[in-house]
Design a protein around this ligand. Structure first.
Ligand SMILES: *Cc1c(COP(=O)(O)O)cnc(C)c1O
Length: 378
């Protein structure tokens, strides 16, 4: 049972959809499939913009965003409050962009006022893009994209590029309503598909920037993806079986409905957090900036890695650990994608047993399950 923030659990319908012989990608059949999934991706992104499909992991979509719409030496503002924000900066610098980082301590959200100040100070409009991670998976923090985006819109020139890898399909990312120029996501997260596909939504302002952008690119040059996408085909051989998976997964998502999907993630986030509080396990990060995809916990009287090890060995539940300086200090419970309320109760019950087994006695047995149950059934 995968309760890590990707790869996430894959529904049987999706697995079975992949267990087919590949079809030719230049066939009418494939084009019909591509037309359907493209339409449904736009539904998920709440946009009329292009949503392009790449054979890559999420980082490929991030890199595509950088190299298609920016030029050598461009100045960009990068939000960095965790591993993935840090990655945006690394990609940008790898292509010779001049990065100015807005940082926040790991576990805290980015402060929108810091973006406001930097954007207001940019009177000659030299900032070409504001780049940030919506749900910072490494710490379980959801950044206030809506407010930061409002400051970008007030600046008037900079594009906004968003890593929505663990927010797409988990909480609202209304691409058109907010005017998000570039939005990256990946199949092994909220999409309930194995790793291998990345998605990038591109708006008209970004396409205008594409015309003059001069960074080198070939496989991730989004121009051909757009041109061929309009004819429901792809520039290179797509991972056809992952497209079968995408078709099945998006059909499931449409059946559940966007509001229901968001409500489920919100409910499971709150239930998980209430359970940790009832077990007297400190949450890493505050309730008002909690990611819908993942809950980070910083236990005090018990070792985070031991918790993960017992959960894995005895209950076959994989939790994520901490990264970098948080290694060994936190464990992270993923509740992203194909996760039902029963999974949360199972994980909390298994965690209670694990804690007791490890000699942690700072809770009343059953308190975590009870707290989660009350929220799940409210
Ligand atoms: C998983 C993830 C990515 C992408 O990582 P890949 O390994 O390239 O798929 C990017 N950003 C966030 C916030 C993620 O959680």
């Amino acid at each position: 049972m995968l309760m890590i923030p990707g790869p996430t659990p894959v529904p049987e319908q999706v697995l079975l959809a992949m267990a087919k012989h590949p079809m030719g990608h230049r066939s009418g059949e494939f084009s019909a499939l591509m037309a359907e999934v493209t339409e449904n991706l736009k539904w998920l992104h709440q946009t009329q913009n292009d949503v392009l499909i790449l054979a890559a992991s999420g980082t490929g979509a991030m890199e595509a965003g950088i190299i298609n719409f920016l030029s050598q030496g461009d100045r960009v503002l990068v939000g960095n409050n965790g591993k993935f924000g840090e990655r945006w900066g690394k990609v940008a610098r790898a292509y010779g962009l001049e990065t100015q980082e807005i940082t926040a301590e790991w576990g805290k959200p980015l402060n929108p006022d810091d973006f406001k100040a930097a954007l207001e100070a940019d009177t000659d409009k030299s900032i070409k893009a504001v780049i940030l991670t919506h749900s910072e998976t490494s710490t379980g923090v959801l950044n206030d994209l809506e407010t930061i985006n409002a400051h970008v819109k007030a600046h008037g020139q900079a594009l906004i590029m968003v890593d929505a890898v663990t927010s797409m399909g988990a909480c609202p990312v209304p691409v058109d309503a907010w005017g998000l120029d570039v939005v990256a996501s990946g199949s092994q997260k909220g999409y309930m598909i194995p790793p291998g596909l990345a998605f990038v939504s591109v708006g008209p302002r970004a396409w205008a920037a594409y015309e003059t952008a001069n960074l080198p690119k070939f496989y991730l040059d989004l121009g051909p993806y757009r041109k061929d996408g309009a004819k429901n085909t792809t520039p290179f051989t797509p991972p056809v079986n992952l497209f079968f998976a995408l078709q099945a997964a998006l059909q499931m998502m449409k059946k559940e409905g966007l509001e229901a999907i968001f409500a489920r993630h919100d409910r499971q986030r709150r239930a998980t957090r209430a359970a940790m509080a009832a077990l007297n396990l400190p949450l890493f990060g505050a309730d008002d900036s909690a990611s819908p995809a993942i809950t980070a916990v910083m236990p005090q009287q018990v070792d985070a890695e031991q918790v993960r090890s017992v959960m894995k060995k005895r209950f076959d539940i994989a939790l994520a650990g901490g990264q970098d300086h948080l290694k060994g200090k936190i464990f992270r419970i993923g509740h992203l994608g194909f996760v039902c309320d029963r999974d949360i109760l199972s994980a909390v019950a298994a965690l209670e047993a694990t804690l007791t087994h490890l000699g942690y006695d700072q809770f009343t047995p059953g308190a975590g399950v009870n707290a989660a149950g009350q929220i799940l059934l409210a």
